[in-house]
Design a protein around this ligand. Sequence first.
Ligand code: ADP
Ligand code: MG
Length: 723
Amino acid sequence: MKKTKQTTAAERQYLIEKEKFVPVSQYFGEDTFNRKAMKEKLSRETFKKLMEAIDEGKTIDAKTADIVAEAMKKWALEKGATHFAHWFQPMTGITAEKHDAFIEPCGDGQVMEKFSGKQLVQGEPDASSFPSGGIRATFEARGYTAWDMSSPAFIKRNGISTTLCIPTVFISYTGQALDKKTPLLRSIRALSKSAVNMLKLLGAKKVRKVQSNLGPEQEYFLIDMDYFFKRPDLVLGGRTVVGAPPPKGQELEDQYFGSIKERISSYMHDVEEELFKLGIPAKTRHNEVAPSQFEIAPVYEEANIAVDHNQMVMDTMKSVAKKHRLAALLHEKPFAGINGSGKHLNWSVADNNGNNLLNPGKTPHDNIQFLVFLIATVRAVYKHADILRAAVASYANDHRLGANEAPPAIISVFLGDQLMQILENIQKGTIAKATNAEIIDLGISSLPTLSKDNTDRNRTSPFAFTGNKFEFRAVGSSQNIASPALVINTIVAESLDDLAEKIKAKETKNINQAVLEVLRDEITYIKPVLFNGDNYSKEWEKEAERRGLPNEKTTPTALNALITKKALNLFEKYEVLSNLELKSRHLIHIERYIKDLEIEVKCLNNICMNQILPAAVDYQNKLATAINCTKDALGSAAVMSSEIELLKKILDLINSIYSLNKEIQRKVESVTSLHDEQKKAEALSAKVKPMMDELRKYVDALEILVDDEIWPLPKFWEMLFIS
Ligand code: ADP
Ligand code: MG
């Protein structure tokens, strides 16, 4: 019998499944206009021109831009795109895009798909809806987006809509940065310049460029979407403002690296498939310490790309969650009493030949170079600990820093015992007693070698050296990593320049000798910031104070570090942020803090008045009715004192919640009348925040007493033990 083409449901299912198992290498990056796609779509000559421009950070002429735009349009249409969008990262913390259809009328009521070089290179979104910290008011109302050639354009699918997204920077017409990417790109350039100078001084001839690499480890929670939508606090502010910890949390330590549940695995699979199409090398995934908490980490990439990719990862995580009826929570502390989420930011520097400059090497030259970059970084962190702290300051991250799962607001550096020993030996000028295999040869003296496996780990340190990179652990999970990255790049650039000056000033002809002499002084200088112990301990807080390390616990005060003379001069000198830009950023962050806190206050008010108190009164009524019924049936003597006690407790809590909530509203009103934003933020943080925490305690006490049937909000255990 002749075979028909029809397949059975089982066969189709098999094919669908089989489709899923296409090796990643076959579709990785298919939704990006990457070098491979450019090569296919552009003439050799244009491709070469574009590559040169990208590699050298130059612009292209209008004619070439037209040709590239045409090729990009063709490619995007093949992918089903109907629109293009300039994709950018304004100061709101999330990405923005303004969509335009490709169509253009061509007479006779017909249209053609068109995309010009001009449209590719420059756009003009309505800038007034983005925070500028006063920049636009002072100068020019408009802002524009400009194509960032160094990050590939990509396809974004949303339901049935498909858009070509073009990564851009967002600046005012007078050239001021209005986004997170512009200063990042400037910091990448600054670091490269200083690092190349240093490498040349140390004798490297062929280095043209140095890049910073970033590997962000993204933590997040997943909860069922139905629960999510029943929590106004989660929907509106990302964090539960009330809620008692579950009877079982993370104390059994059974979640970390435990097997991943099927529903979660499927979600992760879908997320990764989307990321792979976008050319994002998602590499590791695992459970985290808290129930329903997970981590995804890509292979590290050049800073600019890594920043874009991390934004795309966060967007993808949220959108794919919906398909699985899940909500991905990226907030730093969604559940009080349960570990929060961070984003460990791994940072290193490499030259244009791919050599990691934080990798200890085999030759004396490599080792000297390693020590210079290592010590320059530690020195930078010490000198500008306050700015680094400010770079991770947000209302959300305040809940996490210094809780028992994240480093405190004190920025210290962990190097491990072995490296500390090496530094000590350099400082003392002694040669370590070690076997030959463990000797670091510095040409003029020898020190024990560092093997990567020997670098011990300290999970409590905010800034830890982990073999060939530093890991900045104070970054919040929802943050754009551009901010901490641009700070690290800039402060290290300055440190490298300072060290270079000092090395040049030494009279000795032997460069290694000069370097070691300089490093000796620097090691003495950086000593206070080095700490290998437990950063979570109370003793460290005291010790850090003795050492004079800053410890700004709240965002409003931490942000002051952005507008000190030291910070203003530094960012201006390296042309990363002008004084005006930095001051405006400070204001944006302060305003954001106020908004975040005020949203929570309103949420708390609504939850208390519309949900908690009505439920409590319901329960009060139930109890009182029961007591009266018992009395009617059996006489007063039969009523148990425990019932009366419970009823009284409920009444007390109702009273406390009502009055404290009222007091909070009053306090917020009086604070709002302050005209100075800095003072307003500080008052909210010092006065209102503690009252919110107290109110939460009453609500949480009530949650444990009230009938489960009546309680209006999903409880932590329901949300966190997902199946
Ligand atoms: P951990 O054990 O700290 O959880 P992970 O494997 O989860 O480690 O994440 C480590 C991250 O550090 C990854 O994103 C990885 O690519 C990145 N990384 C590794 N080497 C470097 C480097 N030289 N520079 C920057 N990031 C790096
Ligand atoms: Mg990890």
